[in-house]
Design a protein around this ligand. Structure first.
Ligand code: ADE
Ligand code: ZN
Length: 326
């Protein structure tokens, strides 16, 4: 069995991390004071007590509310730097982080403030600790495609800092097909493409993301287990899944970690990876996610190692750089 000490020895890449989801209650409180933004909690304990979710939407409501304390470039820097410190503790040597510009631009924050704040923390972590990174801009799927297009256009002056685009927020009722145009535009701009699919939504949404958005990676994707032909396609085409075990149990995708299919998918030959999603809300950073698999599914050292190797294979770093960590 892979224990925490062993997990720590493995260099890892993290590929599914919403930077707004790494906002710890302590920093949320500090920023709420610093920026004089009211939050409906009077203590860190009260914030933590509110983190009981029954599905994706019940989490998203609280997550968007929490993000309202982020105003200045320095706030985005502090948020990102706090996460990168956790990467260092967990032996995460490469990270590809998501951000949700629309959560901020809707509140009147300039997209440049968001991108510059996050980017400068990423650069500092690279020069100080050698942690490499990419930034992925996510469109909120509960909003319109037109608004996604406006967001992509607003990001154009900053494209040198952005590796790709993603699709997140409320999945049910907002299929990938809704965003065909904006993903085609992103492809035209030379951006990589990923999408959340098959988290709460059906396996059909995974197929749509592949067929209509031309994504090279699926975020979550666990509901592929309901479609045997799709599983075979994901194996044949080597499409990675960025799986988030603690997120899935926190949002009741599974009642218990013992039901999680990640190791079965790994054994079948899918390129599955382990990620934290929104660690401040779901009870842990990437090593805690690996540890949960050991505790509930008896993950072996060999499996843990394979998952860590997959994380580099599924990343957007060069082959040469990947060799370094293999
Ligand atoms: N935004 C942040 N975390 C998310 C998740 N797990 N699914 C969809 N949207 C999200
Ligand atoms: Zn996510």
């Amino acid at each position: 069995i892979a224990d925490l000490d062993f997990i720590k020895t493995l260099p890892k890449a993290e590929l599914h991390l919403h930077i707004e989801g790494s906002l710890e209650p302590e920093l949320m409180f500090e920023l709420s004071r610093r920026n004089k933004i009211e939050i409906p909690f009077s203590s860190v304990e009260e914030i933590k007590a509110a983190y009981k979710f029954h599905n994706l939407q019940s989490f998203l409501d609280i997550y968007y509310q929490g993000a309202s304390v982020l105003i200045h470039e320095q706030d985005f820097y502090d948020l990102t730097m706090a996460y990168l410190l956790r990467c260092r503790e967990d032996n995460v040597v490469h990270t590809e982080i998501f951000f949700d510009p629309q959560t901020h631009t809707e509140r009147g924050i300039d997209i440049g403030v968001v991108i510059r704040g996050i980017h400068s923390a990423l650069k500092d972590a690279e020069s100080e600790w050698g942690i490499s990174s990419h930034l992925i801009l996510c469109f909120l799927r509960h909003l319109s495609e037109e608004e996604a297009i406006t967001t992509l256009k607003a990001a154009k002056p900053y494209l040198e800092f952005i590796k790709g685009v993603g699709l997140d927020s409320s999945e049910l009722g907002h299929p990938p097909s809704k965003f065909q145009q904006v993903f085609a535009m992103a492809k035209e701009l030379g951006l990589e493409r990923v999408a959340h699919a098959g988290e709460e939504g059906p396996a059909e949404y995974i197929k749509e993301a592949l067929d209509l958005l031309d994504v090279s990676r699926i975020d979550h994707g666990v509901r592929c287990v309901e479609d045997e032909a799709l599983i075979e396609r994901l194996i044949d085409r080597e499409i990675p899944l960025t799986v988030c075990p603690l997120s899935n149990t926190a949002l009741c995708v599974y009642d218990d970690m013992s039901q999680h299919p990640i190791l079965q998918l790994l054994e079948r030959g899918l390129c599955v990876t382990v990620n934290a999603d929104d660690p401040a809300y779901f009870g842990g950073y990437v090593n805690r996610n690996y540890q949960a698999l050991s505790e509930s599914l008896g993950m072996t050292k060999k499996q843990a190692k394979k998952l860590a190797i997959n994380s580099f294979k599924a990343s957007y770093i060069s082959q040469a750089q990947q060799q370094k960590w293999a």
